[in-house]
Design a protein around this ligand. Structure first.
Ligand code: PTJ
Length: 257
C-alpha cells in the first residue's frame, strides 16, 4: 500500500500516513460522486474495528479468504457486488479479482444519486473492467424481502447468481440474498454486524488488505484439482472462524492493559 504521494498534507513519515491516505482517497471519491457521504461514516466504523484487530490480517481471515476463493471458484455464476467504497478504495484489485476468478462485477448501491453509477463505472473501466452489470436500469429486477435500493439488481448478475461476494454491506441485503438461496461471502471488519453473522463465509479483515491477497490465492488455487478446492470450501466452519476473529480482538485489547 502506498502513501498518497499526491497529497502534500500527509508527511511520508507520519505514523498514520496509510490510514490518512485512504481517508483522502475516500474524500476524493466523494467529490467525484463515487463515494456516498455515508460511506465516510462506514469507513470510520471500519477503522475502529481495524484498530482493535491490530490492523493486521489474522490467521482466521486468511482461512476465510481461502474458503471464499474456493467457494467462488466452485460456483457456476459468481458475482461481486460493487459499492462506492469498494470502487474508490480498491478499483484495480477488485477488477483483477473478478478476472482471476471469472466472477462478474455488478454495481449495486444503497444510496442512489445522479451521476454515481457513471462515476463508479468510469473508475472500474479506467482500471481495466470490461463487462459491468447493474448499469441498465430498464432491465433491472427486484429482490424479494428487501425495501432498500439494494433490492434493484441485474437479471444477469446478482439475481441469477449462486454465489455473491458482498464487500462492505448492510445486513438487510445479506439476509435477502441468503433467503433467496444464494451463498453469501462478506468482507466486514465488524464480526458482530448482522452481515458478518448471517453470511455463509465472513472475512473479518480490511478489504484494502484482503482483496489483493485473494487475487494471489485465486492465482494459485486455480492450479489445484476441483476436488481439493471443494474440500477447502466444505471444511470451513463459519461460527468457529468468527469466534477466532473475536478472540483475536479480545486478546489484542487485553495485551494493551
Ligand atoms: O456506496 P453505497 O451507496 O452502496 O453505500 C455504501 C455504504 C458503505 C454507505 C453502505 O453499505 C453502508 O451504510 O454500510 P454500513 O451498514 O455502514 O456497513 C459497513 C460495514 O463495513 C461496517 O460493519 C464496517 O465496520 C465495515 N467496513 C467499513 N470499512 C471497511 C469495512 N470492512 C472491511 N473493510 C473496510 N475497508
Amino acid at each position: 500500500m502506498s502513501n498518497n504521494k499526491n497529497n502534500p498534507t500527509i508527511p511520508e513519515d507520519h505514523p498514520r500516513a496509510q490510514s490518512l491516505h485512504y481517508r483522502h482517497v475516500l474524500v476524493d471519491g466523494m467529490e467525484k460522486k463515487i463515494v456516498t457521504p455515508s460511506g465516510l461514516c462506514a469507513h470510520g466504523r471500519g477503522e475502529a474495528y481495524d484498530y482493535i484487530l491490530g490492523e493486521t490480517t489474522t490467521d482466521a481471515a486468511e482461512n476465510a479468504m481461502e474458503a471464499a476463493v474456493a467457494m467462488i471458484l466452485s460456483a457456476k455464476h459468481p458475482v461481486i457486488s460493487v459499492n462506492g467504497n469498494v470502487a474508490a478504495l480498491i478499483p484495480k484489485e477488485i477488477v483483477d479479482f473478478s478476472n482471476e476468478t471469472g466472477s462478474l462485477l455488478e454495481i449495486n448501491l444503497f444510496y442512489q444519486a445522479p451521476g454515481r453509477l457513471n462515476a463508479i463505472e468510469q473508475i472500474l473501466r479506467d482500471n481495466g473492467a470490461d463487462k459491468i452489470l447493474g448499469l441498465n436500469e430498464k432491465v433491472s429486477v427486484k429482490l424479494n424481502n428487501l425495501s432498500s435500493n439494494r433490492r434493484i439488481v441485474d437479471p444477469d448478475g446478482i439475481f441469477s447468481a449462486d454465489v455473491v461476494l458482498i464487500p462492505l454491506e448492510d445486513g438487510d441485503r445479506a439476509e435477502a440474498l441468503i433467503e433467496s438461496g444464494k451463498k453469501v461471502i462478506a468482507i466486514d471488519l465488524n464480526p458482530l454486524s448482522r452481515t458478518a453473522q448471517k453470511s455463509h463465509i465472513t472475512i473479518v479483515d480490511n478489504l484494502i488488505r484482503c482483496i489483493p491477497k485473494m487475487v494471489n490465492i485465486a492465482r494459485s488455487m486455480k492450479k489445484m484439482k476441483a476436488e481439493k478446492i471443494k474440500g477447502i470450501k466444505n471444511n470451513f466452519n463459519q461460527k468457529k472462524n468468527l469466534d477466532q476473529s473475536l478472540i483475536h480482538m479480545i486478546q489484542y485489547l487485553q495485551s494493551k492493559i
